[in-house]
Design a protein around this ligand. Structure first.
Ligand code: 1GP
Length: 229
């Protein structure tokens, strides 16, 4: 688990991870080199995935990124067709905020035929959708509702359920392009009860928002839309 260990190390040394999310649907591979020059120097990981991506696009995007960058490329798949052996690792997501069996375990079972013959590092991740003030693609595609930012208890219990079930990471997601990112108070409350790293993403567009998430206890922040634009 070298990629997971590197995230654990960041968290244990109180260093912060910054993942730039690349949605193959919105990414021009011929611009990959220019894109990589523009992302922040403190970037630690590249995440690749999206809610509605065509399979071949993921493969081409990962190939281009691996050729041009030494950063770890981690799949953040919207469904099992987005898995490609060319990446380094995969966040093995279970959408614990929802009650749609397809995204709790169905997609995971469908992914096994490919995963079991690949060298991808598999990182079990509890994925929790939080209301970001918009209709997110995750909610639309998964047909699930996000948890309210005000319902601290449910968010905390969902994150802990993930940890008790063996997740290695908790991902609080406000949804790509969220109007409101996950509030620092919520990040702080979740981080306080966890003993695994916490990833936060969705609607984080500025250094100030990013720093606020870090200060509240996020071990890694994910930013996508702001760099897509
Ligand atoms: C979405 O958390 C990520 O899955 C990133 O969101 O595109 O809003 O940065 P943004």
């Amino acid at each position: 688990m070298i990629y997971y260990q590197s995230i654990l190390k960041l968290a244990s040394e109180k260093k912060k991870g910054l993942a730039i999310l690349i949605d193959p649907d919105k990414f021009d591979v011929s611009e990959a080199a220019a894109f990589l020059k523009r992302i922040p120097k403190e970037t630690t990981h590249l995440f690749v995935g999206g809610s509605t991506v065509v399979a071949q696009l993921t493969e081409g995007t990962v190939k281009a990124l691996k050729a041009l960058s030494n950063l770890p490329v981690i799949l953040f798949p919207g469904d099992y067709t987005q898995i490609t052996n060319r990446a380094d690792a995969v966040l093995f997501l279970s959408l614990l905020s929802g009650r749609n069996p397809e995204y709790l375990v169905g997609q995971q079972v469908k992914s096994v035929a490919q995963l079991r013959i690949s060298k991808l590092e598999i990182i079990p991740t509890a994925y929790i959708l939080i209301d970001g003030g918009h209709e997110s693609a995750v909610a639309r595609v998964s047909q699930t509702k996000p948890l309210s930012q005000d319902d601290l208890e449910t968010v905390i219990h969902t994150a802990l359920a993930g940890q008790y079930m063996g997740a290695k990471l908790i991902y609080l997601e406000a949804g790509s392009g969220a109007k409101f990112s996950v509030q620092p108070m919520l990040i702080r409350a979740v981080k306080r009860v966890l003993n695994i790293p916490l990833i936060v993403g969705g609607g984080i567009r500025s250094d100030i928002q990013k720093q606020a998430a870090f200060d509240a206890g996020a071990d890694m922040v994910v930013m996508g839309t702001v760099f897509e634009e």
